[in-house]
Design a protein around this ligand. Sequence first.
Ligand code: 7PJ
Length: 266
Amino acid sequence: MGVINTTPDSFSDGGNLFQGSQLDIECAMSRARVLVAEGAHILDIGGESTRPGAAAVSSGEECDRVLPLVEKICAELDVIVSVDTSTGLLMTEAAAAGAGIINDVRALGTQGALLAAAQTGLPICLMHMRGGPKDMQNAPQYNNVLQEVIHFLAGRVEVCEAAGIVRSRLILDPGFGFGKTVAHNLQLLRGLPRLAELGLPMLVGFSRKSMIEKLIGRAVDQRLPASLALAVLAVERGAGIIRTHDVAATADAVAMTVALAGVETQ
Ligand code: 7PJ
């Protein structure tokens, strides 16, 4: 899953798709074409920055940023579009524009999101977050992060099923970096096989995240090798979808993991 941010304030690649405060749609389309050529099966399009401390955006503005790009990618490229949003209105509109996945970092907890997502009929990624982008990195605490994340996601699966969303539409994500310390992130990565026991596909995102800086002191443009290592470790532990800014390199790294998994021990 390749990432395209339509926010002017993204931490990792923000701003480069912008002309002033306007998203340059041709620039975003070239980025989309590159990611597809590099081997992305899914493009994740987001219009709300959820990095720590990010400011909220209105649903109207979020729709204005995301929908034109979703429409154009669906019309011109052979790729599944995922829309990274917690806003019911955008879920509905993006589905109508041709999106194929809803990716919600708030696991459909926002008013109106559950009903809207249910009605689209699309697959949905439910992610765990503790707190909101504004405060989530203020000393997050857990007694047992793995158990608490699994418990939360299992609960959201139940809520979804009660709303008429069949299990086979659901994908789970422990939400690396969303209200977690480095130790929490590592515990979750180690425990990923336990989350897999819920029997649903898993999506993970480590790409360029600040845990890499905290562990080995790398600036944002120096985090690819560590991001690849984390992607490989996650695939080994059962992750099926890797959300990344660096599709070509990630696809190669994952291909080696998959090749090894396919070999029988002698
Ligand atoms: C994630 C995401 C993630 C899912 C972002 C960033 C922050 N969606 N959206 N999982 N991260 N499902 O790219 O660092 O980890 S935005």
